[in-house]
Ligand binder design. Sequence first.
Ligand code: HEC
Ligand code: HEC
Length: 349
Amino acid sequence: MMPSEKPIRQLALAARLLMLLAAVVGLAAAVLLSQLYGPASPAAPVAGANEATDGPPPPGSYHRPATPAPDTAAIPRTAAGRQIRYGRELVARTAAYLGPRGTVAHLSNGMNCQNCHLQAGTQGFANNYLAVAATYPKLRARSGTVEGIEKRVNDCLERSLNGRALPDSRREMRAIVAYINWLGQGIPKGKKVYGTGLTKLAYLPRAADPAIGRAVFASKCQSCHGPTGQGQPLADGHGYQYPPLWGPRSYNDGAGLFRVSNLAKYVKAAMPFGATFDQPQLTDAQAWDVAAFVNSQPRPHLRTPRDWPDISQKPVDYPFGPYADAFAERQHKYGPWQPIEAAHPAKAN
Ligand code: HEC
Ligand code: HEC
């Protein structure tokens, strides 16, 4: 062998090793991605509610609908179509049918599903419904059970609308489910849609601060939701022009929005009204602090003794103990959350 060949051989060996390493890393990534985004068998429940909020999907890995939601003009003029339209109407104007002065029943507070699920559940990252049909039934840690769409709708009726559940067979429940299924048509079972649910929001390095949030509320929210957060009822008595943010007519403390992170994520991408995921109007810190302020105010209490049968599954910002760690309730509610998350390396928020 010529003396100069040795370094070349070594280089070739190093290159081969590098290629091998790249192949291993690539394979691991492919396995991970296919587990996250790949087709799920129809029977398998899909775990985790915030999968689709993890930022833009890698190209080709998500099912990304060409249009954000199917066109309501395409709802057929059949009996099935009428049911879908009624479901959409119930989501958009819930109070008119099921509120305190509802024409069908009196089983919810005066709010509409649409107050939180903007544009009847079709606005991106504003509690969007597009992935519901494809991802339910799913195992939810809060109840410790596999929940169908009906159970999930009733969760919001009992908590977000501080009301009572609809029987699965009831005409109104069938209509809401038909609408949600219609929205999710064409999205393969188990696939996630970019823009579903809520946006992702990085934690602050400090606790979210209700005192700072009070000032954010005064400058950014009060003009619509009112100085005492009680909103502005519509003149016809059916619901609100501006819904209440706390007090007796607001969501109760068992609701999803009562977690400061969920409220901050919603507000970041949806409030003040007119803000969107692409054009937010608040800084992250303003969203966190105003959420802390709103959720520090009084609201109805719901007894939920059966929630979180496995307390180690509680999200880090779940505001009620007991916990599987030694952090105080106040830190769970307002943060800082990184130390809590660091103590539970296996669990995301
Ligand atoms: C006060 C706000 C609020 C109202 C009003 C509300 N919801 Fe929700 N809803 C939420 C939040 C927040 C979530 C997500 C919570 C979480 O993941 O913990 C959610 C989740 C859902 C989901 C599951 C979405 C998914 O992708 O997993 C469905 C379905 C749903 N709501 C239906 C309804 C219906 C139907 C109504 C009216 C009867 C309603 N909601 C009223 C706040 C609300
Ligand atoms: C320009 C008026 C306006 C401003 C300003 C505004 N909101 Fe809203 N907000 C609305 C309307 C309208 C809805 C209901 C949307 C619907 O039904 O389509 C709403 C809904 C909400 C909801 C969900 C329903 C509920 O009552 O719980 C929350 C939470 C919320 N707003 C928080 C805020 C916060 C926090 C701010 C300030 C950062 C804010 N909003 C600023 C008009 C406004």
